[in-house]
Design a protein around this ligand. Structure first.
Ligand SMILES: *Cc1c(COP(=O)(O)O)cnc(C)c1O
Length: 375
């Protein structure tokens, strides 16, 4: 059996090596490292794939979030609501911009923003909501957009983990994750579902005026060369990364299918155990399984983590510490009772190997090892 990896990037690369290498060679020979043709081409391809009017490429997913917030004109003291159970980038940029982060709890089955908690957190200072489509499936966007419209708030979708997922509204209309809110962001970090071979990110919007503002913000606030109308940043997707992404985008749907297939194998095997809760799939979103995350209900999560490592099965705890307890983001406003679900998840979740190259033999070994231990 091939050695099991948490993420198998070399295995995936081997299958697209010729196309990727040819594209990279082209960039090397042209020396158009910044703003070369591949950047524009990938931007257009992604606009078409997502069915969104504007894609603004940038340097990484954290910048994408920051630039989105700058473009919306959020100001010091404005409250931005996001979730307690996510990667820190989301709350980090809120703090960097001197906005006020307001963390809310998540739903225990989907790990996504709890709508009642969101409603409770709204104050006259609230200006924006940042739902995170955690582990590859969309938050309840229809409910979030309703709340946002009612209170006149912006919605910024952190879509770093769910690119390619489809959201279906109650009227049957379907939209790609990240294109539903006023603005969406993503990351092309190598291990993400659509990853490049370095850092990369992008911002999506259907709003022409906002797109214009964002294109300036990513480029030092310049709309005309050497005229700086607003304070911006330097955040670019470089041409080599764009070339890699252009080569990989046509495979994204197949990559999502491969992840779903592995997830189905896992869930089918784990369903028999009363000590394991398999990932819930919501009625309104497809799941692209950036992570395959179980809940271990018999208190043995930490032992399982060590046992699997001993057996050569990589695994991870996403996330081990809630944001509201992090040194950088502690706040006396928070009350432990407001984070009951997150406080429980950090002790029960475990993410298993998930990537596009998992083989049945590996999946069989992983599921058997987990079931033998957990029962
Ligand atoms: C990866 C990730 C980011 C940050 O992306 P980078 O490209 O690493 O800056 C932001 N939010 C979430 C939810 C992520 O998973």
């Amino acid at each position: 059996m091939k050695k099991i990896q948490m993420v198998d990037l070399p295995g995936q690369y081997a299958k697209i090596k010729d196309t990727v290498n040819t594209s990279i060679d082209e960039v090397l020979n042209s020396a158009a490292f910044i703003n070369g043709p591949y950047v524009k081409e990938f931007q257009k391809d992604l606009e078409e794939y997502l069915n969104v009017k504007h894609v603004i490429p940038c340097a990484n997913g954290t910048d994408a979030l920051q630039i989105a917030m700058m473009g919306l004109g959020l100001e010091q003291g404005d409250e931005v609501i996001t979730v307690d159970f996510t990667f820190a980038a989301t709350v980090e940029v809120i703090g960097l911009l001197k906005l006020t982060p307001v963390l809310v709890d998540v739903d225990s089955s989907t790990f996504n923003m709890d709508i009642e908690a969101l409603k409770k957190a709204i104050t006259p200072k609230t200006k924006a909501i940042v739902p995170v489509h955690l582990f590859g499936q969309c938050a309840n966007m229809e409910a979030i957009m309703e709340v946002a419209n009612e209170h006149n708030l912006f919605v910024i979708e952190d879509n770093a983990q769910a690119i390619g997922a489809d959201y279906t509204f109650s009227n049957g209309q379907t939209q790609k994750a990240g294109t539903i809110g006023h603005v969406g962001t993503t990351s092309f970090f190598p291990s993400k579902n659509l990853g490049c071979y370095g850092d990369g990110g992008a911002i999506f919007t259907n709003d022409d005026d906002l797109a214009h503002i964002l294109r300036g913000v990513v480029n030092h606030g310049m709309y005309k060369r050497y005229y700086h109308d607003v304070i911006g940043v330097n955040s670019r997707l470089d041409s080599i990364q764009a070339a890699v992404l252009k080569a990989k985008l046509p495979h994204l749907d197949a990559y999502c299918d491969a992840r779903r297939k592995a997830a189905a194998y896992y869930s089918n095997a784990f369903m028999e155990s009363s000590n394991i809760t398999v990932p819930a799939i919501s009625v309104f979103s497809t799941h692209v399984f950036h992570q395959y995350t179980l809940k271990i209900n018999n208190g043995k999560r930490n032992e399982l983590h060590k046992h699997l490592l001993d057996k050569g099965i990589p695994n991870a705890i996403y996330y081990p510490v809630p944001l509201h307890s992090q040194e950088a983001y502690k706040d006396t406003r928070y009350n432990e009772d407001d984070f009951k679900v997150t406080n429980q998840l950090i002790d029960t979740v475990i993410s298993l190997p998930m990537h596009t190259e998992l083989e049945e033999e590996q999946l069989a070994f992983i599921t058997k090892t987990v079931l033998d231990f957990v029962g």
